[in-house]
Design a protein around this ligand. Structure first.
Ligand code: SAH
Ligand code: SF4
Length: 358
């Protein structure tokens, strides 16, 4: 018997096709989607509202293959990191991030999940744990949705925002990303507002244009980390393929195609590498021309990499330089940043443990 399809990666249109081929209709697909995404069932035999005649072929062809939760770090009301094992023994990570508490003690309902799109990454940025061992494989759309489904089940929380800032380069896995986005955004799916779904990329210019051409559009973040080619080349090998001018041309295209929605420029601060005031000024200029928004991220130390984070004082000076040039800017300095804080680090530890026990 051929292997069953993991239904978490299936769109409503595909499931409708399946039922129609059996003499059923879109209503049967809608009933299944409702159980999957509104009730978050973890076993397909828990689908309700279908006759035996419709259930039998469904169970014969599909199953829900949940991801295995290996480890959870953090606790209720804090950032929680999840380490998952996939069916082939590989690991991926996701992070659940509640809204921070406002000065008046209130907290919004925002609940963000940071998902991975690949096992490892081919792009080898010099600051990043995810690219240390290169790319192992793409995640399927079912494995991307599986992260959200497992976190919903484990935490009991309602997810309001999704960011593709975990392991991997989402735009290098476009087909599966695209399908996962349809399921995340679909009213029949996870029903998360498109603006609250952010794809982060290291700068694959042609794919940024492809993302801009999607019918239902999402938000975009760019891992810039260097405001000129010389600086960016030192940090991100991808810049030798798509240099900054070509990248910003693609960003402009995205913006124009995307109702002028603001694009976030991510900028990790690494001591002595990209943290000069001159870079801050160039960055502000680029952000201004694009009408973008800058998120400054003090570098998280990664085991095996020698770079360091600048002093808090220097981070504030860098941020204020951009702010004073009239660009919207955010920066969060977290305590305990070096405890597996950056994406890819939990997985790295688990892989080492596995290697030691072999
Ligand atoms: N491949 C995509 C998405 C995943 S990486 C991309 O590059 O945009 C997303 C983000 O992880 C990076 O932009 C960076 O903001 C963060 N990151 C990775 N390593 C980090 C580190 N050592 N310190 C701080 N942030 C890090
Ligand atoms: Fe890959 Fe993004 Fe990490 Fe670069 S920052 S190695 S593109 S995951």
């Amino acid at each position: 018997m051929s292997e069953k399809i993991n239904i978490l990666g299936t769109t409503r249109a595909e499931l409708t096709e399946f039922f129609e081929a059996q003499g059923g209709s879109q209503f049967h697909a809608a009933a299944v989607m409702d159980c999957l995404y509104k009730k978050n069932i973890q076993n397909l035999s828990d689908v309700e509202g279908l006759s035996e005649k419709r259930m039998a072929p469904l169970l014969e062809n599909f199953q829900i293959s949940p991801l295995t939760v290996v480890k959870v770090q953090g606790s209720e009301d804090t950032t929680r990191k999840y380490l998952f094992q996939l069916h082939d023994g590989r690991y991926v990570e996701s992070v659940l991030i509640p809204a921070s508490v406002a000065p008046d003690g209130s907290r919004s309902e925002r609940m963000t999940v940071c998902v991975s799109s690949q096992v490892g990454c081919a792009y080898g940025c010099m600051f990043c744990a995810s690219g240390l061992d290169g790319l192992t494989r793409n995640l399927s759309s079912a494995e991307i949705i599986g992260q959200l489904s497992a976190i919903k089940e484990h935490s009991g929380k309602n997810i309001t925002n999704v960011v593709f800032m975990g392991m991997g380069e989402p735009l290098a896995n476009f087909k599966n990303l695209n399908k996962a986005l349809d399921i995340i955004i679909g009213q029949w799916g996870l029903a998360i507002a498109p603006r609250q779904v952010t794809v982060s990329t290291s700068g694959l210019a042609p794919m940024i244009k492809k993302l801009a051409d999607r019918e239902e559009q999402v938000s975009l973040a760019i891992s810039l980390h260097g405001a000129d080619n010389a600086t960016r080349n030192k940090i991100m090998p991808v810049n030798s393929k798509w240099q900054i001018d070509e990248l910003f041309e693609a960003l402009q295209y995205f913006k124009e195609n995307n109702h002028n929605q603001r694009i976030t420029l991510e900028y990790i601060l690494i001591k002595g590498v990209n943290d000069s005031i001159e870079q801050a000024e160039m960055l502000a200029e680029r952000a201004k021309n694009l009408g973008g928004f800058v998120n400054v991220i003090p570098y998280n130390t990664v085991e095996g990499l020698e770079w360091e984070r600048p002093s808090d004082e220097h981070c504030y000076t860098f941020r204020d330089t951009i702010k004073n040039l009239g660009v919207m800017t955010t920066m969060r300095i977290e305590k305990g940043h070096d405890i597996d804080a950056a994406c890819g680090q939990l997985r790295l530890k688990e892989m080492k443990k596995d290697a030691e026990t072999v």
